[in-house]
Design a protein around this ligand. Structure first.
Ligand code: ZN
Length: 259
């Protein structure tokens, strides 16, 4: 009898914590997911496993990142708890540890930055997203989507090929149905390969562009400044800058400004 066992990552909701967000440049609330490694039998884990860390998601901007097992002193289940109470209950030292970034965030929100500082901050914000890109591109969800789509397409193509090679005389009209199924299978495989090849661009446009808009909005660069910054960064080799559209970014940055 085949016994399927081993270890697997087990994700469990841990609660909410406070942390300093580099995109929001402020203390924000984060949703924390506990990551454990546990033994499994036939894919089923009974325990939550040995703690290896946490996955965090900023509730304000959506940024995801990992945290060490000892990063927080506790977790809060109350969905309405404000950031100040989350700091006290989960991360008392966060303000002191991130004093420089928090002070910069305050100066930006209060408009106390020079034009030169603003230009430098625009460049730095995009460069920061380039650092996030490898982790975003290698997320398991992207690989899972490719495998599922390609696997379904392959299965449909193989089954329909067998049907075409071994036609059943009593099933009239089945050949055209198998041909259609075979074509659909090929299309699904081609779509999976297309998504895989374009995953970097997809990741930048779907996951990093909203973060870029959130980060740049308080700085308020106009379309020309943004286009110039992205061109400079693209020339320096920034993959994120190469895939961002300055016109679309500018429109999104301007949304809601002045309301
Ligand atoms: Zn954030």
């Amino acid at each position: 009898m085949f016994v399927y066992w081993g270890t697997r990552r087990v994700r469990r909701r841990a609660g909410r914590v406070a942390d300093c967000c580099p995109i929001c440049r402020d203390l924000t609330a984060w949703r924390a997911t506990r990551i454990g490694v546990a033994g499994h039998l036939y894919g089923v884990s009974i325990t939550k496993g040995a703690l290896v860390g946490y996955e965090l998601q900023c509730e304000s901007c959506g940024l995801s990142r990992d945290a060490e097992p000892d990063a927080f002193s506790g977790f809060v289940r109350d969905r309405d708890a404000d950031v100040a109470s989350l700091v006290a209950a989960t991360h008392p030292g966060v303000e002191r540890a991130n004093a420089a970034l928090l002070a910069e965030g305050r100066r930006i929100r209060e408009g106390r930055i020079t034009r030169q500082e603003r230009a430098a901050l625009v460049l730095r914000s995009i460069r920061h997203l380039d650092n996030l890109l490898p982790a975003e591109v290698s997320r398991p969800a992207g690989r899972r989507r490719f495998r599922i789509l390609f696997g379904i397409g392959l299965a449909v193509a193989v089954v329909s090929s067998l049907g075409l090679l071994n036609p059943s005389p009593e099933a009239g009209g089945s050949r055209s149905a198998f041909l259609v199924a075979w074509f659909v299978g090929l299309c699904l495989m081609a779509w999976a390969v297309f998504l895989w090849i374009t995953r970097t661009r997809h990741c930048v446009r779907r996951r990093l562009q909203p973060l870029a808009v959130h980060s740049l909005k308080p700085l308020g660069p106009d379309r020309m400044e943004l286009a110039s910054a992205l061109a400079q960064l693209a020339a320096e080799g920034s993959i994120v800058a190469r895939h961002l559209d300055p016109a679309e970014m500018s429109d999104r940055i301007q949304e809601g400004v002045g309301k």
